[in-house]
Design a protein around this ligand. Structure first.
Ligand SMILES: Nc1ncnc2c1ncn2[C@@H]1O[C@H](COP(=O)(O)OP(=O)(O)OP(=O)(O)O)[C@@H](O)[C@H]1O
Ligand SMILES: [Mg+2]
Length: 245
């Protein structure tokens, strides 16, 4: 579903991503871990076309973006439509109700009628357990509810891939459990998901595969049992040792 080849992103002299390559099959949940500044958020922004990488190529489903010798090919706008993103700060529109937040993009960008987009919003808000709250404004919701509204809003574009940047950072353990359920159900429905998290137990429970990103490079990848209990790379061991101590 996602194939990245030698993705490189520079910020002046800082190398955000350094020749990152990986491939992710459909319906897989991939967890990105690594130290602060390792490039996790940069990679998510490149995956959903918020940021253009400097070198390399990226294929999501049937859409491909290639950059080389200062030229880019393929459509970033198209990529953004195929990839939904749930930001750490949710970024809901504060002046719109939950339902209006979810309806807006499909009406404008997918051309759904009012009746269609309302039915879609009802369905998606039901899926994330927010049916009762659809007439509330974001400031009237808890952090966990805002996050679920943000998930419903991203799903409303019918993306092929969903990205999440540190989705558990504002959640207590009960809400983290609810999020886990929602993401597992999406995976069962075939959604391909990429998640950045600092929460190792969440990662262990959710991940099909873990990518370890250090200094802009994927230093190791594998199933969670392997990465968290018997990492092969010295840099992964060092990161986990510091992190878990
Ligand atoms: N817009 C930017 N301008 C300049 N440098 C940037 C920019 N965005 C990221 N960087 C740099 O790129 C590197 C990777 O940053 P990134 O935000 O991807 O790290 P991260 O792994 O998400 O870290 P954290 O766990 O702290 O969120 C860092 O050195 C960062 O300072
Ligand atoms: Mg980050």
């Amino acid at each position: 579903m996602i194939t990245a080849e030698r993705l490189t992103k520079n910020y002046g002299k800082v190398r955000g991503l350094d020749q990152v390559s990986f491939s992710i099959p459909p319906a897989q949940v991939t967890v990105l871990i690594g130290p602060s500044g390792g490039g996790k958020s940069t990679l998510l922004r490149c995956l959903n076309g918020l940021e253009l990488f400097d070198e390399g190529s990226l294929r999501i489903g049937e859409y491909e973006v290639t950059v080389g010798q200062g030229r880019s090919q393929g459509g970033l706008a198209r990529l953004r439509r195929e990839v939904g993103m749930v930001f750490q700060s949710f970024n809901l529109f504060p002046h719109l109700t939950v339902e209006a937040n979810v309806e807006l993009a499909p009406r404008i960008a997918r051309g759904l009628t009012e009746a269609e987009s309302t039915a879609l919003a009802h369905d998606l808000l039901g899926k994330v357990g927010l049916s009762e709250r659809r007439d509330h404004y974001p400031h009237q919701l808890s952090g966990g509810q805002q996050q679920r509204a943000a998930i419903a809003r991203a799903l409303a574009m019918a993306p092929q891939v969903m990205l999440y940047d540190e989705p558990t950072s504002a959640l207590d353990s009960a809400l983290t459990g609810e999020l886990l359920q929602i993401m597992r159900r999406l995976a069962e429905d075939g959604m391909t998901q990429v998640v950045v998290t600092h929460d190792i137990s969440f990662a262990r429970e959710l991940a099909d595969e873990v990518l370890v990103l250090i200094e802009g490079r994927v230093v190791e990848s594998g199933p969670p049992e392997e990465i968290f209990t018997a990492p092969r790379d010295q840099r992964t061991r060092e990161f986990l040792r510091r992190y878990l101590s």
